[in-house]
Design a protein around this ligand. Structure first.
Ligand code: NIG
Ligand code: FE
Length: 418
């Protein structure tokens, strides 16, 4: 099927990169003119962008608007801006239960760590999730994916991690894989090492993860990535290293949770392991940030999490740009941070962390895409790439992150729908 889209006031194509795999880092993140074009119409065939031209040329070629017919999907966006679909490269998509009760504890001054030491936090989500059937998890996932899609997300990484036993971890991944074809491309991650079950011997549990869970996860064949919550008090550097190396031997790529509450050396380990991405990283040292970038390891910042903790944002994104470090942004959707809204993440980055909208857009599209093994052109709008895009409610491409609490996306298109 042919689709022709005309009438955009601006198209943020992000086609210029200064890194391998399409990344845009350093000064180039700030060069809006390099990334946004005013007069750009596109022809899409079977979900792939085949051609850009000016609006006038495109209309002439297709005899539009009068020549429009049933075989052509003709879309005039009437002055709206178009941007790539968002790539949310860090979510805990699937879990059951509700942790609203933790808000009162947070307000009384308890930290995330203290709440978890009371047997709540991850542990309470685990008990609810272990009771959830496969069908229930699929239904929960479908409704969340629909919300994410409506908010502009067209690629999403989904972690397991609320099973804490093999059977539930396999069920979570099974549910995750059943969610394909819902207008969002999915990437599945095994996060077996998310927390230790209560009263378990840690060494025994580490052996269980390596000797029993990894082979079963590989046998199941759904996860492409491994993740570990590498943080003092959760999984140590040594154990994280061991779990990741065992997973790598089976072909899994590495994503990590590191240095969320303290600098535990997680980002440095991620560099040594050649991780695709190391996320949170709010307390990583500058040395570790530089080392990660030199090792081609992305750092994924997740500002929604300090936001819901009432904490300040420890990361200086302007500095990250000035230093040319490799970084991205994601939602960290989870029972503690229940927002699937990438536009909200963009608002935090722009209104609170004070970077320009174009830099924040790159961080949730092209740069996030470099951490997942997706199709050609994901996170960009380029000829020969997939047509994953958002038509905004605003005339400026910058509007994508300037409507906090509202949805700036009028229409999301995933290539599978064309
Ligand atoms: O990335 N920090 C580790 N895991 C999640 C939160 C898990 C939870 O609180 O349920 C995160 O923020
Ligand atoms: Fe997370």
């Amino acid at each position: 099927m042919d689709t022709v889209i005309v009438g955009a006031s601006e198209v943020a194509h992000l086609s210029k990169s200064n890194e391998n795999n399409g990344r845009i880092d350093g000064e180039l993140m700030l060069n809006r003119d390099a990334h946004v074009t005013e007069d750009l119409a596109m022809h899409i065939k079977d979900g792939m962008i085949v051609k850009f031209s000016t609006n006038e040329e495109m209309k002439l070629e297709w005899g539009l608007p009068s020549g429009s017919n049933d075989n052509l999907n003709y879309i005039d966006v009437e002055g709206a801006a178009i941007i790539p679909g968002f790539v949310d490269a860090h979510t805990h998509l699937l879990w059951d239960g509700d942790r609203s009760n933790e808000m009162a504890m947070k307000l009384s001054g308890m930290s995330y760590r203290q709440i978890s030491e009371q047997g709540l936090g991850i542990a309470s989500t685990v008990s609810a999730t272990q009771k959830a059937s496969l069908n229930r998890l699929i239904e929960i996932g479908k409704s969340r994916l629909k919300r994410a899609h409506n908010l502009g997300t067209t690629t999403l990484e989904a972690k397991s991690g609320y099973g804490l036993d093999l059977e539930t971890e396999l069920r979570l991944l099974q549910a995750s894989s059943s969610l394909e074809n819902n207008g969002v491309s999915l990437h599945h991650t095994w996060l077996g090492a998310h927390a230790y079950p209560e009263q378990v011997d840690k060494n025994n549990w580490n052996r269980h993860l390596i000797d029993e869970q990894i082979p079963a996860i590989i046998d199941q064949g759904i996860a492409s990535y491994v993740d570990v919550f590498c943080e003092p008090g959760w999984f140590s550097i040594e154990t994280t290293d061991e779990i990741c190396r065992a997973s790598m031997q089976h072909g899994l790529d590495i994503r990590l949770h590191v240095d969320e509450f303290t600098d535990g050396g997680g980002l440095t380990l991620a560099s040594e392991l050649g991780a695709k991405t190391a996320d949170h990283a709010g307390f990583s040292s500058d040395d570790a940030r530089a080392k990660a970038s030199n090792a081609d390891v992305n750092t994924g910042f997740l500002p929604g999490t300090p936001y819901v903790h009432g904490d300040s944002f420890t990361t200086d994104l302007t500095r990250c740009i000035e230093e040319g470090w490799k970084w991205s942004l994601a939602s960290d959707f989870n029972p503690n941070c229940r927002s699937l809204s990438i536009p909200f993440v963009g608002s935090l980055a722009v209104h609170r962390m004070r970077i320009p909208p174009i830099a924040a857009l790159i961080a949730v599209t092209a740069n996030a895409a470099s951490t997942v093994n997706g199709k050609e052109g994901v996170g960009k709008l380029i000829e020969g790439g997939v047509a994953d895009l958002n038509i905004l409610r605003t005339n400026s491409a910058d509007g994508w992150c300037l409507m906090p609490g509202d949805n700036p996306v009028k229409m999301t298109i995933h290539h599978s729908q064309l």
